[in-house]
Design a protein around this ligand. Structure first.
Ligand code: TRP
Ligand code: ZN
Length: 880
């Protein structure tokens, strides 16, 4: 437990480690009442360290120290200092072996960091600083060692014993115990260490690499999940092939293992050769997982696999460099998903997340650069900025260099830094050296926080045939950063003529062959570009593909947006024009009580989307989704959430009423014929049908209700079942809703991943998820305060998605969240700190709300023994 105020750690204080560790020899004795960890480290002075005869300092957390020996001689308590969080030995030789024995209690570990138990099995989570909960060690990523791990446990209860690398020895011991020894030939930081012991079934497959090596692929899951592995295994094989083809990266070990565990703080973890997954991010079957889950699993399996090169072979020097591996790996997994499905749809999904959640983070009290300069608790920095904005920064390098030079740069990066712990700057330098491009100004993307705002204005000189575009960039102040320098921004655009045709973009009047799309490079505060030989006033298509993570302000007319929705050759911008139009209509309605304010042109645009079957149906399915409440809040100056919620619902209802017959026809047209498939076309079909159903139930249409009930009873897959359940839950058919929820629970009560979805569909619904309903869900026998997925599916869904209920003007939602955060702070501070997020944005909301949010934060601040995790978030958001 923390006794003093948490310290801030600064990038500028970075020093190379005083001691290096060449090998780590571990022996785990696993018991029901605890585990004994024997560790022997081969340590030597770091020749690059300037310090003379520094003390040896090892990190530790919640460890019982049993013994210490140096070069085989036991040390007495006067030879070392056990400060709890550090084990210090004042004087040590240049090179020595250190043996430490610690005792830990995995069965009582509710933080889920280090070694813990999840439904009867032992497992680990060491990133970022969990290894110190296992044994004393220099727990920093620039200390890379070769690990050898022996695990001993009861043979019956724990027949499967796993760690990183290759299995080199196994055998039986007394008392029904057995052991297995693993050796990882690749030096790695301790955050990539993993151990698993349990009664698990094994699923096997093989993959032949580009050089002809056969890799053993193994998945380990609880026996009841044996039939839910195929999709992850197929995703893994596709990822391995893709990384060879697109990045030239071959897998290095002979075995690759995936384990599914039910209790996990995050999505998954890229431990060398032994990836550990949250069950909800890896297990899937047609009956239990939605299309979205299938796609998420494919992306996360790929993400963790890609880390083998971007993260493990080349790792981070320190945690300020986290985006080095996360930004690059998210970029890689998003390229992969684009290649596996619809690139436009994938881009829309990524940008939606970025614009709603990352922009909000970047504009809030926890705003930080892609490479932060300081932190208190590193777990709080696994953020949308590090991951998603970090990926956008890599994507911009890809855009600026083009695919060939980018590949040259990544080849150089992997070759130059293989086996090293490096910085984001090393990554950019490799890109520069391979391409000959100067990215010095571009580096500001890593250093400056905040979302740049581009203000675009234009004028058309009819006499000269010149179209002039002026772009001004400003970067808002963020905590600790003001007066920012202009950044280097790739800005893709096109111009459309009045006939809807793309115009050649001639930057000089004598330019002969001009392209119809260009990437302009913005480097100054204001830029003006002139396009020549433009016959008539064009409609600009700005920031195509969302070529940079910025906001764009331009005075679009509704006519222009409708025109772009129909004609823009860039599918992303077609979608974006539709979103801007819908935002405009909803925003106008927030102040006015009159439905007549709903523009009939919006209705006609949506009618076209629903009825014109020649359109790309995957794109149509996305275009039909109205901007979310979270996005509308993000765009607001001083948000009144219930008012935003009502305005959005009224637009939805208005559309549903006007398009009622078309929706029924659309639903009928999308009926499934063949067997269930997870292809972009089939996903689009199901999405369209479920959108139509949802809209019909919004207006309590009796035919819609009958369709929903039938779909719920006849569905052969979870996407359709969940689509119908969600539609009923969000309708006024209260008896049907109750019945549907009860039946659903009875059918799936033994499947935790489905029960999570069942919790979440209720907690996220303003009809089924008022505060009293949420309290009932918390009291439900399937709810479990120790399981992060359950906590997220009830409390997280309520505060993050059921926004009108959470922002109840009486402040009850805020008090509720504060109570749950305080409760969870003792058992799982990482989860508690994440749950606070909705409250931290208090300045964004209208005064009647923000003052109550602030008091809720103060209540958390005043809790006794607040964890460092929650302390940092709450203090920064009250100060910021
Ligand atoms: N490196 C993991 C990933 O992005 C993230 C992760 C998994 C993590 N578990 C964690 C981060 C626990 C912090 C704490 O794939
Ligand atoms: Zn990652």
């Amino acid at each position: 437990m923390r006794t003093s105020q948490p310290q801030t750690i600064y990038l500028s204080d970075y020093k190379v480690p005083a001691y290096l560790v060449d090998t780590v020899d571990l022996r785990f004795e696993l018991f029901e009442d605890g585990a004994r960890v024997h560790s022997t480290l081969a340590i030597r002075r770091n020749p690059d360290s300037q310090e003379s005869a520094p003390p040896l300092e090892l990190d530790g957390d919640s460890l019982v120290l049993e013994s210490v020996a140096l070069d085989g001689t036991a040390l007495s308590e006067s030879d070392y200092e056990n400060r709890g969080e550090q084990l210090v030995i004042r004087s040590v030789p240049e090179r020595f072996s250190l043996s430490v024995v610690t005792w830990i209690e995995p069965q009582n570990n509710t933080r889920l960091e280090g070694l813990y138990k999840s439904s009867g099995m032992f497992c680990t989570q060491c990133e970022a600083e969990g290894f110190r909960c296992i044994t004393f060690f220099p727990d920093r990523p620039d200390v890379m060692a070769r690990f050898r791990t022996r695990i001993e446990a009861d043979q019956k209860a724990y027949p499967v014993l796993l760690s990183n690398g290759n299995d080199v020895d196994r055998g039986e011991l007394d008392d029904g115990r057995h052991f297995m020894t693993w050796e990882d030939p690749f030096p790695k930081p301790c955050y990539l260490f993993a151990l698993v012991a349990g009664d698990l079934v094994e699923k096997r497959d093989t993959f032949t690499t580009c050089s002809g090596r056969d890799i053993d692929l193994r998945m380990y899951v609880e026996p009841r999940n044996a039939e839910k592995c195929d999709h992850a295994m197929d995703s893994l094989k596709r990822s391995m092939r893709w990384d060879e083809e697109v990045y030239g990266r071959e897998y290095d070990l002979d075995i690759f293992m995936i384990v599914a565990v039910d209790d996990f703080n995050m999505g998954a973890m890229e431990n060398k050769g032994l990836n550990i997954f949250n069950s909800s991010c890896v297990l899937a079957s047609q009956e239990t997982a939605t299309d979205m889950a299938f796609q998420r699993i494919e992306a996360i399996v790929a993400h963790e696999y890609f880390h083998n090169w971007s993260g493990n072979r080349v790792t981070c020097r320190d945690w300020f460099q986290l985006s080095l591996k996360e930004g690059f790996t998210v970029f890689r997994d998003s390229q992969f998903s684009a290649d596996m499905g619809s690139p436009t749809v994938k881009r829309i999904e990524d940008v939606t997340l970025l614009r709603t959640a990352q922009f909000a983070e970047d504009g809030g009290p926890m705003a930080h650069p892609v490479r932060p300069a300081s932190y208190m608790e590193i777990s709080n920095f696994y953020t949308l900025t590090i991951y998603e904005k970090g990926a956008e920064v890599v994507r911009m390098i890809h855009t600026l260099l083009g695919p060939e030079l980018f590949r040259k740069g990544s080849d150089l990066y992997f070759q130059r830094h293989d086996g090293q712990a490096v910085t984001t700057d090393d990554f950019v330098r490799a890109m520069e050296d391979a391409s000959g491009r100067d990215l010095s100004q571009f580096r500001l993307w890593y250093e400056q926080a905040g979302t740049p705002m581009l203000t675009v204005s234009d004028e058309f000189d009819e006499g000269q045939g010149v179209y002039r575009l002026t772009i001004e960039q400003t970067i808002p102040d963020t905590p600790g950063q003001t007066n920012k320098k202009p950044q280097h921004i790739p800005f893709a655009l096109g111009l459309l003529g009045s006939d809807g045709q793309p115009l050649p973009l001639r930057l000089a009047s004598d330019e002969a062959e001009a392209p119809t799309e260009r990437v302009l490079e913005l480097t100054e505060g204001v830029h003006t570009f002139e396009f020549h030989d433009i016959p008539s006033e064009p409609v600009p298509s700005l920031l195509r593909h969302f070529s940079a993570p910025v906001r764009v302000r331009y005075p679009w007319t509704r006519e222009q947006l409708l025109f772009l929705m129909n004609h823009d050759p860039d599918g992303f911008n077609r979608w974006d024009a539709g979103q801007r139009l819908a935002v405009d209509v909803i925003q106008r309605l927030i102040g006015s009580p009159d439905d007549a304010a709903i523009d009939p042109r919006l209705v006609e645009a949506y009618r076209k989307l629903i009825t014109d079957t020649d359109l790309d149906q995957a794109l149509v399915a996305k275009m039909l989704q109205l901007p979310s409440e979270a996005y509308l809040i993000e765009l607001a100056e001083s948000a009144d959430v219930p008012a935003i919620h009502r305005a959005r619902e009224r637009v939805l209802e208005h559309l549903a009423e006007a398009l009622r017959d078309d929706l029924v026809a659309c639903y009928q047209r999308q009926q499934e014929t063949g067997p269930y498939e997870v292809t972009p076309a089939a996903i689009a079909r199901r999405s369209l049908r479920n959108t139509a159903l949802g809209w019909l139930l919004m207006i309590n249409d009796d035919e819609g209700r009958a369709l929903a009930v039938r779909q719920l009873n006849e569905a052969d897959n979870m996407t359709d079942r969940m689509g119908a359940l969600r539609a009923l839950v969000n309708s006024d058919y209260e008896a049907d809703r109750r019945q549907a929820l009860d039946d659903f629970y009875d059918r799936f009560r033994d499947d935790p991943q489905v029960v999570e979805q069942w919790f979440s569909v209720q907690a996220a619904s303003d009809r089924a998820g008022q505060l009293s309903d949420i309290e009932q869900l918390l009291a439900h026998p399937a709810f479990d305060w120790k399981n992060p997925n359950k906590i997220r599916s009830v409390i997280g869904s309520f505060a993050g998605q059921n926004l009108a209920a959470f922002h109840n003007p009486d402040g009850s939602g805020y008090r509720f969240l504060a109570d749950q955060v305080c409760r969870l702070d003792d058992s799982n501070p990482q989860i508690a700190a994440r749950l606070v997020t909705p409250l931290t944005r208090w300045r964004k909301f209208a005064p009647a709300y923000s003052s109550q949010m602030q008091s809720a934060l103060e209540r958390i601040r005043d809790k006794d023994g607040l964890s460092r995790d929650v302390y940092e978030v709450v203090h920064k958001s009250l100060a910021g």
